[in-house]
Design a binder for this molecule. Structure first.
Ligand SMILES: Nc1nc2c(c(=O)[nH]1)N=C([C@H](O)[C@@H](O)CO)CN2
Length: 119
């Protein structure tokens, strides 16, 4: 199994349960590991055969930037569903960090895996 990854994609969004979090955007950081067979792209040197990490990043920037969820669990799930549905990804691991949520912690958040992991 090959992986295409995106690391620490930073997006300002409205997320959280507290009143201040409903008024003020804060950053989240997204890490994605996405299963993809990279051999067809490598053999043809053709961007059309890739899982284009620029296209995935731009779509997530658009979606997360416009979202207003309460929980990181909900946002992570929605991002995973979007990437699998729109980009044909069969398995992914997604980590969502909220670096400004707890003053004493570098970050908090969730990590999920969805889909069937290829051999
Ligand atoms: N498992 C979770 N715990 C908490 C969440 C969350 O989304 N998932 N959110 C909060 C607050 O919004 C936090 O980020 C700031 O105190 C608390 N716990």
């Amino acid at each position: 199994m090959d992986i295409v990854f995106i690391e620490a994609l930073k997006i300002d969004t409205l997320i959280g349960i507290h009143p201040w979090e409903r008024e003020q955007r804060q950053p989240v950081l997204l890490d994605l590991d996405m299963a993809w067979d990279n051999r067809p792209a490598a053999q043809s040197d053709d961007i059309a055969k890739t899982l284009n990490y620029q296209a995935v990043s731009e779509r997530l920037l658009e979606f997360v930037g416009a979202s207003e969820f309460l929980l990181v669990e909900t946002l992570a799930e929605q991002c995973a569903e979007l990437v699998m549905r729109e980009f044909g990804v069969s398995w992914l691991r997604l980590k969502l960090r909220k670096p400004q949520a707890i003053a004493e912690a570098a970050a908090v958040g969730v990590e999920i895996q969805r889909g069937r992991r290829p051999e």
